[in-house]
Design a protein. Structure first.
Length: 450
């Protein structure tokens, strides 16, 4: 069969499967979920392998069509979007976002806004302070402006903002990839990826806004426009904090004078936005929420689960309050140590090598984290479009299996699935260069031209 026919057939299967996943499959229906993810995975690989002679404009249009299947759908696999709207409504009614948790406001019988009674039951984090940085809060304010008892218009507005961001980000990604002979298949790695579509457009996690900002930041970085790059990196940090773990890679790319200017610009923008929202409760809320993340939350971890098991054998109880912060500090030390060593080894390293280091640092951060939700992998996947690494692509397709822990009675993590997930990811990570896996995935693969 002609490659183009296979491409259009696989794209059609993806559209149909996304439609089924949204409207006919519930989160606890494990078998149906897995079958949908398998169909999406097969279709995804077929589109990558058969995309060589497909026009870039066609790829963009089909990617938009895949996204439009989600546009009028209410998220069913996650409730995070309702916290976004909640934070936005608080701002709209001039209430400090970081002053109290939703549960505290409810307990004090505070009637904050008219939609509260319908919105509050939908929240999945009632007892936690908001941990979303200032620029994310600006987005939340914007999407909260439409008045809608079902919140459908708020969700629709957020999807529109995300699609607009993605299309702009795609322009910068094409600029980065332009010299590459496999640009079509590399675009599809991100643009057609099931994880990006389900968790980004479908469930509306903020990593989908980080993706275009990463492409924008890396495009300006490649052009040595360091001031613009610093502004975009700061914007990404102000939406989600974790992109900051990639920045030490710049130590071996920018000379000292420009590095100082980059850092001053980055820090100034971050301070400016935090001052807008500044209140003593902001510090308290962030401190408590980050403390929960490092010392209480645990889901789909790798190294942490192994160390936790050892802790049970040694002391007989869960040592997360010790292990969580320890792994966080260890991650920071390894990243800083590696980046300083790379700077002494060679300054002005090639752009592709710097992006590889960024990806490696983010992988280390995820490896040592106590909590890895599926959408956390999206920034790692984005960098694969430039580095051509296969393990993030494999991980993005495997991590959706973590939904198998849901049932009609709640959630119980399946550790066999976690073990299989990380065994495969680590095997691909360790052996992909030796076996040159990228040449099997990308048609007519050629080294990226700097």
């Amino acid at each position: 069969m002609d490659r183009k026919i296979w491409f259009y057939f696989a794209s059609s299967v993806s559209v149909i499967t996304f439609f089924i996943l949204q409207f006919y499959v519930k989160r606890f229906e494990t078998i149906s979920l897995i079958l949908c993810f398998i169909a999406l995975t097969i279709s995804y690989f077929i589109t990558i392998k058969t995309s060589l002679n497909i026009k870039i404009s066609t790829i963009i249009i089909i990617g938009c069509l895949l996204r439009l299947t989600f546009f009028f759908h209410t998220p069913t696999l996650s409730e995070d979007v309702y916290r976004y709207i909640w934070d936005g409504k608080l701002q709209q009614h001039q209430i400090d976002v970081f002053a109290a948790t939703p549960a505290m406001l409810k307990e004090n019988n505070v009637n904050d806004f008219p939609e509260e009674e319908k919105l509050y039951p939908k929240l999945n984090s009632k007892s936690y302070f908001s941990v979303y940085p200032p620029l994310a809060q600006v987005v939340f304010y914007l999407i909260s402006l439409p008045s809608d008892e079902t919140f459908a218009n708020n969700i629709l507005l957020l999807r529109f903002i995300i699609l607009l961001f993605e299309l702009i980000g795609l322009i910068f990604l094409i600029q980065i990839l332009k010299p590459h002979s496999s640009i079509n298949s590399l675009l599809i790695v991100y643009w057609f990826n099931p994880l990006v579509l389900v968790e980004g457009i479908g469930n509306l996690h903020l990593e989908i806004l980080i993706a275009p900002l990463l492409f924008f930041a890396l495009s300006t970085l490649k052009q040595n426009r360091f001031l613009y790059s610093s502004i975009i990196w700061a914007s990404a940090f102000l939406i989600k904090l974790n992109p900051a773990v990639m920045l030490p890679a710049l130590l071996s790319y920018i000379n000292l004078k420009r590095l100082i200017a980059f850092s001053i610009t980055f820090i100034s923008i971050v301070i400016f936005f935090f001052l807008i929202y500044y209140d003593p409760t902001l510090v308290l809320g962030f401190q408590k929420s980050l403390g929960y993340y490092f010392s209480q939350f645990e889901f789909n971890a790798s190294v942490y689960y192994l160390l936790r098991w050892i802790g049970y054998q040694l002391v007989g109880y869960n040592t997360i309050s010790f292990l969580g912060p320890l792994l966080g500090v260890l991650t920071l030390l390894i990243i800083l140590g590696h980046s300083i060593w790379k700077r002494f080894e060679m300054i002005n390293q090639p752009f592709d090598r710097i992006v590889e280091n960024m990806q490696f640092y983010f992988f280390l951060y995820l490896t040592f984290s106590t909590t890895i939700h599926p959408w956390y992998v999206i920034p790692l996947l984005c960098l694969s479009v430039i580095t051509h690494k296969i393990y993030p692509i494999v991980w993005s397709l495997l991590i959706s299996l973590t939904y198998a822990g849901y049932s009609s009675n709640g959630f119980e993590e399946n550790y066999w699935i976690v073990a299989v997930e990380y065994a495969i990811v680590w095997l691909v990570f360790l052996f992909e260069e030796k076996f040159d896996l990228k040449s099997y995935l990308f048609p007519k693969f050629a080294n990226h031209i700097n």
